[in-house]
Design a protein around this ligand. Structure first.
Ligand SMILES: [Zn+2]
Length: 405
């Protein structure tokens, strides 16, 4: 190991003997007591020295070997230490791609805050390159969301949509103005490639033709149709449910942005659960949905505030990446919603419905961990979620749920 104190965390002395790593409550850690010599020694932990050299340097500073080892061990146990050369073979290969590493350096630093183990951040970043994600819908939300995932290092982002780019599909970071009139799918794929110009071409277009390919780690449903955002049709996710493919909903409806739920088939609430729950609460819900769906096609574009669409794309991408990196984010069993003009995010719980054939409700009693384990492949670097969600109103214990590859 070549220890490096995680550079993502700013360092400050709270007093003569106590160091605080990090500024924000979410990730800050204090360490003490730390004497002056040890404080100076911390500057040597920059990833350029292995342990033997660090012990030598420590001796020159009158720090015995066991003290040096103790400091390194303590930093590691506190989640403050990274390994300048760790992460395994895939990480080594990634480190060899300087242009990729330079582009993703801030993302790597951010990953070091959630991956505690030395080498864990680069391992996760390297794992992203092996993932396949599909985004269905290439409007203001979907195209940008797909580009963000690609830019963040996801190896293959496949966008699906029909028709041609309309002037109102154009969004910064998503479909460009010069794509108007071009096929939506090909324009969105161009945006995806542009976000990660250094990524390898992994598949031919023909190889990615199966619309419900169970090999996707995640499918994101980002419909341009506002009814599909507000009242997602369970039948459109039928194949995803059958194949056990995790999927996430995101979009804008009228003046409201929506992210979620993230559906872990058989384990968290699905679109059918959502529909049944709404029907329980409001007997008129199915009647309204039927009218919205059968309404005449719009002659004009639906309402979709550009800033709101950008916000939704960003939050949905963040939830997607958190999931792909191994956590179960708060979008499972929840819909995050934000409405103009006050723009305060609120979470609405979406509970697994006892009558839903997805059977997620059966597992609420804690039997989920073993269920369906066999039908899901294991993603090499994905670990169990570290914490149950505290904010989402979904106090489900952390489980060892893993994604498709
Ligand atoms: Zn369900």
């Amino acid at each position: 190991m070549h220890p490096v104190v995680k550079p993502a965390l700013r360092r400050g002395w709270r007093d003569l003997n106590t160091v605080q790593f990090g500024m924000t409550p979410a990730h800050a850690v204090t360490l003490g007591p730390v004497d002056t010599a040890t404080g100076s020694f911390l500057d040597l932990l920059d990833g350029t020295r292995g342990l033997p050299l660090l012990r030598q340097e420590g001796r020159r500073m009158d720090l015995p070997e066991d003290h040096v080892d103790g400091v390194v061990d303590r930093l590691e146990r506190s989640g403050l230490l990274d390994d300048g050369r760790g992460g395994g073979e895939a990480a080594d290969a990634l480190r060899g791609r300087k242009e990729v590493m330079d582009r993703l350096r801030p993302d790597l630093a951010a990953l070091s805050l959630t991956a505690r183990a030395p080498g864990g951040a680069v391992r996760r970043l390297a794992a992203r390159r092996g993932l396949r994600v599909q985004v269905r819908g290439a409007g203001r939300v979907g195209a940008l969301l797909a580009a963000v995932l690609s830019g963040a290092g996801v190896g293959e982002v496949d966008v699906r949509d029909g028709g041609c780019v309309e002037p109102w599909d154009v969004a910064p970071g998503g479909l460009p103005a010069d794509a108007v009139g071009e096929r939506r799918e090909s324009a969105a794929r161009r945006a995806v490639r542009g976000a990660a110009p250094d990524r390898a071409v992994r598949r031919t277009a023909g190889a990615a033709s199966a619309p419900d390919d169970p090999g996707h780690s995640l499918v994101i449903l980002a419909p341009r149709d506002d009814v599909a955002v507000h009242a997602p049709d369970p039948s459109s996710a039928g194949a995803l449910m059958a194949s056990g493919t995790p999927h996430l909903y995101a979009g804008v409806v009228e003046g409201t942005g929506v992210v979620g739920p993230l559906v872990l088939p058989g384990e968290s609430a699905c679109a059918e659960c959502l529909h049944r729950e709404r029907t329980d609460r409001d007997a008129a819900w199915p009647r309204l949905v039927a009218q919205w769906r059968s309404g005449r096609a719009r002659r004009t574009a639906p309402a979709c505030d550009l800033a709101l669409a950008t916000t939704v794309a960003g939050l949905a991408a963040a939830h997607a990446l958190a999931f792909l990196d191994g956590a179960v984010p708060c979008a499972a069993d929840s819909r995050w919603e934000v409405s103009a003009p006050h723009l305060t995010w609120r979470v609405r719980a979406v509970r697994p419905h006892p009558g839903c054939p997805c059977a997620a409700a059966v597992d609420i009693g804690g039997e989920r961990a073993s269920k369906d384990a066999g039908r899901r492949a294991t993603m090499a670097e994905q670990g169990p979620s570290s914490k149950p969600c505290r904010q989402g109103g979904t106090a489900r214990p952390a489980r060892t749920w893993r994604a498709h590859v």
